[in-house]
Design a protein around this ligand. Structure first.
Ligand code: TYM
Length: 334
């Protein structure tokens, strides 16, 4: 059976990258006929220190963002990770399957830790084993993510394969990363070689789902570009990362291809293209941020949705983690 799983960290401002690379695609997939399970990964978030009040608010805001983007909690299972203990249980089992050398090759850890690896939490280092558990505790087969998470999904496949091999079973499936569309790697507005990120020190580098219309327009107006007009074909964007990024954002927001965008804007200057992009971004994001604010007026409603989602998720995950324990030799005494 096929099953879709993905997660987002409730660790700060949601960006246009999270929206185009993840949220928006998750919502599309809930109508694919395949079961969809989406998680707010609060256990991942605490791998770097989070202010507890902020974490609570961000978790609910992320839930509100899923709903504001059109996620239907009847169609999809929506919950926060910490409420389904099977994630942490399977993560421990995987800590004992995965190898230290595999973790050492994870580029996200290296990027986050920099020269301070010794001072990072053990959780940040082991993070990919928890992510593998998130996916495999549902035996998920498809994992929609942005480009930056590809290596972690590949590691998940390695863990699944080693588990199956070490215990001579055909238990875990090999999940596929689903990385498609024009917005799998939305870049910083200040530097076309860096991805747009909630942790970038410059707020001008990203569009946040919570930005108001003026802020969005200002950030796009000030986005780094080059002095050339837009080319009429995507080939002409090859050496122009900033221009390519803005064209891809436009394409993703209007659900078309970069070719189509250039058919419309090729030959025009950024002075013309940027206001069109700003209008489009405001038209798409404005209603979402309004809806997030509205939903946040009643967090008890959000909590109720998450509670139901956690029950549904646990019903799938518990038998799978129990079976994994049994395979490894644990006595299931109750
Ligand atoms: P996180 O919280 O950093 O990001 C959530 C999702 O947004 C995507 N994304 C982007 N896509 C395009 N352009 C960008 N600039 C951009 N920035 C972020 C990410 O690729 C991701 O899909 N480890 C994961 C969370 C996670 C997870 C999982 C994902 C935990 N367990 C299991 C899938 C399956 C993370 O930190 O994503």
């Amino acid at each position: 059976a096929q099953r879709i799983f993905s997660g987002i960290q409730p660790s700060g401002n949601l960006t246009l990258g999270n929206y185009l690379g993840a949220l928006n695609r998750f919502v599309t997939m809930q109508d694919s006929g395949i079961e969809t399970i989406y998680c707010m990964v609060d256990l991942h978030a605490i791998s770097v220190w989070q202010n507890p009040d902020d974490l609570r608010r961000q978790t609910r805001e992320l839930a509100a963002a899923y709903l504001a983007c059109g996620l239907d909690p009847e169609k999809s299972i929506l919950f926060n990770q910490s409420q389904v203990p099977a994630h942490a249980q399977l993560a421990w089992l995987f800590n004992c399957v995965a190898r230290v050398g595999w973790m050492n090759r994870m580029t996200q850890f290296k990027d986050k830790a920099g020269k301070n690896a010794e001072k990072m939490s053990l959780g940040l280092y082991a993070y990919p084993a928890l992510m593998a558990a998130d996916i495999l505790v549902y035996k998920a087969t498809h994992v929609p993510v942005g480009e930056d998470q590809k290596q972690h999904v590949e590691l998940t496949r390695d863990i699944a394969a080693k588990f199956n091999h070490d215990y001579d079973v055909d238990f875990f499936p090999m999940p596929e990363p689903v990385i498609e569309g024009v917005a799998t790697r939305v870049m910083s507005l200040r530097d076309g070689s860096k991805k747009m990120s909630k942790s970038d020190p410059s707020d001008m580098s990203r569009i946040n789902l919570k930005d108001d219309a003026d802020t969005i327009a200002k950030k796009i107006r000030k986005a780094k570009t080059d002095p050339e007009p837009l080319p009429s074909e995507t080939d002409g964007l090859k050496e122009r990362p900033e221009a390519r990024n803005l064209v891809n954002i436009y394409a993703a927001l209007s659900e078309t291809s970069a070719d189509n965008v250039l058919r419309e804007f090729g030959g025009q200057q950024f002075g013309q293209f940027k206001p069109a992009l700003a209008d489009l971004a405001v038209a798409k994001i404005g209603p979402i941020s309004d809806e997030i604010a509205r939903l946040m007026n009643d967090t008890s409603q959000i909590d109720a949705i998450l509670g139901k989602g956690a029950d549904r998720a646990a019903n799938i995950a518990e038998p799978i983690v129990n079976e994994a324990m049994e395979i490894m030799g644990m006595v299931l005494s109750r």
